[in-house]
Ligand binder design. Structure first.
Ligand SMILES: [Zn+2]
Length: 466
């Protein structure tokens, strides 16, 4: 696209950074990564130890590609570090007085819960990266946005709320209400924008239709709906745009990046009937996309794992963190919105491991395994995440009891206690039911007990008009 044709009517939150040509971004990344490596090596025992073990020093970083010489870190390494040195581990590079925000990842056992802390610089970058999305999709100061993500110690809700606030919009945190009340509140404040997950948008759409509420008429000021956390299909996104009369958007971020690193602009997720692209905030982080087998950078069009080196996180930098996410790298784009950036495909981010995001919460099947098999009476189970016909996102755990004499009352008590325990360790409410002995598959090797049927399920929802 010809640069001269770029419309002047575009919105940016960080204009200088967001419109910086890619070669200049790469120079910035080199400088910032070098600073990060030096700070981490001089201030954090954690990094000094792993760099020394890998026989590498910050001075070895002479060009951007030299990042490949530095060792990877992963979730297990972070959890071990903070368990040995609670609460933050030895990755901290600043004094406690500079730490002004804490985030804790979901999941309380099994895979371990990561603790992240942030100074003001990191908090600003996190909020600014999110505000860039709101600017890019055409929100204005004073616009009202419904934040339907949980607002707690997890990162997603917090970044959405704070990003809207520093952008100058009015965030409406509605997660504490039930779905009907959320719809009422969104109407009362006549929202311009909604932030939610694909599954929850399906549910809201379904309830609106059951109530005889046409979303186009009920939300006349709507300028966009921003999704995140789960994949969806092109046809479903187009259907949602039709029903809601607005543009569907998507953002990708993570607790480790502490950014909404990948955002759609005004063109949304399906600009021309296909999945579009995310613009990437490469001025805040160095994110390599590596082949999962070879650990080498992937070619354009290929799938790989984002490996994250942060530069905005001075209090607790991450260097070459393996995300285990799976993304498709696209060629760099000079977009009609004026942003020149590296790009990933929208709508298709998934996982290499078996973590599942349920109701915007990360759930590792191993965590559920531990809860289920802590009951000696249970022999096997399987888990299903799906979208019911009324649009409700359901996680169902089917269990088989061992062949032993258990009366119905005892079984009912065990199922209730199991449901409570699963909620406690995953923070997600799941339906627990008994199935007859011998009906579930058994596994010889690695158990694959979970299936995710949500992408197809979204399309099967009946959005009935009354
Ligand atoms: Zn764009």
């Amino acid at each position: 696209m010809d640069r001269k044709k770029v419309s002047r009517a575009n919105h940016y939150f960080l204009k200088k950074l967001e419109t910086m040509p890619i070669d200049e971004v790469r120079k910035l990344q080199f400088e910032k990564t070098k600073e990060t490596l030096e700070r981490a090596y001089s201030k954090s025992e954690f990094y000094r130890e792993i760099f020394d073990r890998a026989k590498v020093k910050p001075e070895d970083f002479k060009k951007l590609e030299d990042i490949a010489r530095f060792p990877f870190i992963d979730k297990q390494g972070l959890v071990r570090d903070q368990e040995a040195n609670p609460p933050f581990g030895r990755r901290v590079c600043g004094p406690p007085s500079k730490i002004h925000r804490v985030n804790v990842t979901s999941g309380t056992s099994g895979m371990g819960q990561e603790v992240h802390c942030h100074d003001e610089k990191a908090i600003w970058a996190a909020n600014a990266s999110t505000a860039s999305h709101f600017a890019a999709i055409g929100l204005n100061k004073g616009d009202v946005s419904a934040v339907l993500y949980p607002l707690g110690t997890m990162t997603g809700g917090m970044l959405s709320y704070e990003g809207l606030r520093i952008f100058g919009a009015t965030p409406l945190p509605l997660a504490v209400f039930n779905t009907n009340q959320r719809i009422d509140m969104m109407r009362r404040f006549n929202v311009h924008h909604i932030l939610t997950t694909p599954a929850h948008l399906a549910r809201i759409t379904n309830i609106c239709m059951e109530r005889g509420l046409d979303p186009r008429k009920g939300f006349p000021r709507l300028k966009g709906i921003t999704l995140s956390t789960e994949p969806f299909s092109v046809s479903w996104a187009l259907q949602m745009e039709e029903i809601w009369g607005t543009v569907i958007h998507d953002i990708y971020g993570s607790t480790q990046l502490n950014l909404n690193y990948a955002i759609t602009c005004k063109y949304g997720v399906v600009p021309d009937g296909h999945f579009g692209y995310y613009h990437l905030a490469d001025y805040f982080a160095l994110v390599e996309v590596l082949d999962k087998e070879t650990d080498k950078p992937v070619k354009y069009g290929d799938w790989g794992e984002p490996v994250v080196t942060t530069f905005s996180r001075e209090a607790m930098p991450l260097i070459r963190f393996r995300s285990n996410d799976r993304v498709r790298l696209l060629p760099p784009i000079l977009c009609g919105c004026g942003r020149e950036s590296a790009a990933w495909e929208v709508g298709t981010v998934s996982r290499y491991d078996d973590m599942i995001k349920i109701k915007a919460t990360n759930v590792w099947p191993q965590t559920v395994d531990e809860a289920v098999f802590s009951f000696g009476e249970i022999e096997e189970y399987n888990g299903r995440v799906f979208i019911a016909e009324n649009g409700l996102e359901v996680a169902k755990v089917s269990v088989e009891f061992k062949k032993m004499a258990l009366d119905d009352k005892t079984k009912a008590t065990i199922l209730k206690r199991l449901g409570d325990k699963i909620k406690e360790v995953t923070q997600v409410t799941m339906r627990v039911e008994e199935v007859p002995h011998g009906t579930l598959p058994r596994f010889e090797y690695k158990a694959r007990r979970w299936t995710d049927e949500r992408v197809e399920g979204l399309e099967r929802v009946k959005y009935v008009e009354k």
